[in-house]
Write a protein that binds this ligand. Structure first.
Ligand SMILES: Nc1ncnc2c1ncn2[C@@H]1O[C@H](COP(=O)(O)OP(=O)(O)OP(=O)(O)O)[C@@H](O)[C@H]1O
Ligand SMILES: [Mg+2]
Length: 237
């Protein structure tokens, strides 16, 4: 579903990513783990084709960074959706409208928009807040809303950038449960985090990014594979 092959990214002569090589299969849930500045957001932006590699190739479903055209981008964005680090919510619209708007712009019929918006808000436990604006939400609730909105057009791939940053343990568990449910319904999930404790407690595959390179977890066997096992040892050590 997602393949990065020998991907390098340079910005103003500075190397941000080098030789990044991994594959994530359809329906898989993986964490992208690394400290601040490691390049996690950059990897997610590549998969969203918000940014193109300087070298190597990025493939997501049928989309390929070497052949994609500008007119393919809208279709791509319906298939691959991102929960941004700063949420990018529409502050002058309600919780309901934030989710509904994402469907309206893709021409979804009104009756479908209404039914689906309610279902998504129920999934992220936010129905009772549907009439307020994002400014009235807690950080956790904003995260829940951002996830619901990202799922509006039923993407194949959900990318989440630091989905549990600044959340208390209880809300962190809620957000992780929501993401696990997204995967359970067949969506491929890739979540970037700097939180080692978060990933060490869970069974999902971990791709470890250090200084623009994949340090471990790139093998396709997932967290049970030999490559990922060494990652586990390091995590608990
Ligand atoms: N547009 C840009 N121009 C110049 N440098 C950039 C640009 N985007 C990212 N960088 C640099 O690339 C490196 C990786 O950034 P990136 O945002 O991908 O890291 P990150 O792992 O997501 O960090 P964080 O945990 O803080 O979100 C950083 O050193 C950053 O300063
Ligand atoms: Mg980041």
């Amino acid at each position: 579903m997602i393949t990065l092959r020998q991907v390098g990214v340079e910005q103003q002569g500075r190397r941000i990513l080098a030789n990044v090589d991994f594959e994530i299969e359809r329906g898989e849930f993986a964490f992208l783990l690394g400290p601040t500045g490691a390049g996690k957001s950059t990897v997610l932006q590549l998969i969203l084709f918000e940014r193109r590699p300087t070298s190597g190739v990025v493939m997501v479903g049928d989309f390929n960074s070497e052949t994609i055209r500008d007119r393919d981008i809208p279709a791509l964005r319906r298939s691959v959706s991102m929960v941004f680090q700063n949420h990018r919510l529409l502050q002058d619209r309600t919780v309901y409208e934030n989710v509904a708007f994402a469907m309206e712009v893709t021409g979804t019929p009104r009756s479908v928009v209404r039914r689906r918006t309610h279902a998504l808000l129920a999934d992220v436990e936010l129905m009772h807040r549907r009439s307020v604006r994002p400014g009235a939400l807690s950080g956790g609730e904003q995260q829940q809303l951002a996830i619901a909105r990202a799922l509006a057009n039923d993407p194949f791939v959900l990318l989440a950038d630091e989905p549990t940053a600044n959340l208390d343990p209880e809300t962190t568990d809620l957000v992780m449960r929501i993401l696990a449910n997204v995967q359970a319904r067949g969506t491929t999930v890739l979540a970037a985090t700097h939180n080692e404790a978060l990933v060490s407690r869970r069974r999902q595959r971990v791709l470890r990014l250090e200084d623009g390179r994949i340090a471990c977890g790139a093998s396709r066997e997932g967290k049970n594979g030999p490559d990922a096992d060494s990652g586990n040892l390091r995590l608990s050590g």
